[in-house]
Every structure is written in structure tokens, then in C-alpha cells.
Design a protein. Sequence first.
Length: 153
Amino acid sequence: MNRVDIYTDGACKGNPGPGGWGVLLLSGSTEKELFGGERATTNNRMELLAVIRALQALKRPCAVRLHVDSQYVLKGMTEWLPGWKAKGWRTSTKQPVKNVELWQALDELVRTGGHAIEWQWVRGHDGDPGNERADALANKGVEVGLGRLPAPV
């Protein structure tokens, strides 16, 4: 399996407000940057969308080290997801899971993609080069969401 390090981040100017997501994929000497945005969204939605877009970009099953600075995404995928599914996508307080369609899409990608995923938390805005680049890409995504930058092809 090809080894890929992925750094993801989401950004939102106001919460809710215009937002963006950014992804940095690293495999050997190969780098790929992805970003996008929406005019009206939340930070959590952008964090989730970054991971979804990263996994969608992989063309074959890979050994993935996925670096996220979002405890929401990390805990959702490593702790909360089984309970949500068992309770019909409800939280422990019986409330509907927020962003359920994104969680379901991410769950599907993880279950069917064939990837071996290692989830890694990285402290945001703390000098980690991969996280800093993903953050910069997410901020470019905000500019896309605002219509100030064209969406990448």
C-alpha cells in the first residue's frame, strides 16, 4: 500500500459565515493541495468536508496517516460514531447528530475506501508545517466561498 500523509483543516469567518477547507496530501516526493469553500457554513462542516475531499482524492487504497486539528472530527471518528449509528444517528442526549449527512459520507468513505487510516491529532496554529499549510489552504477556500478566488479545477 502506498503511504500518504494527509493534513486537513477548516476555516470559518464568523461561525456560521463564509468558510473554507484545505487539504495537503504528501506521498514520497509528491505533494497535492486541495481547497474549496462555501458562502454560508460552519467551522465544523468545513473540518469534515476537508477530510471527505482528502479521502475522495485518493485513487487506490492507501496507508493513510490523517492529521487533523479538530477534536470534533477526531472524536467523532474514533469515539462517537459507533454510538451514533447504534442510536439511529442520535447523540447520547437523544438529539439528532449535527452535520449527519457529512458524517455519513465520511463513514462510507472510511468503510469502503480500503484505506488503512491512522488518525492523528495535531495542535492547530502551533507551528506544525503540514497543519500550517492546510490552514493556509482553508483560508484560500474562504476566498473561494466569498467569490474572491475562482474554485480550483
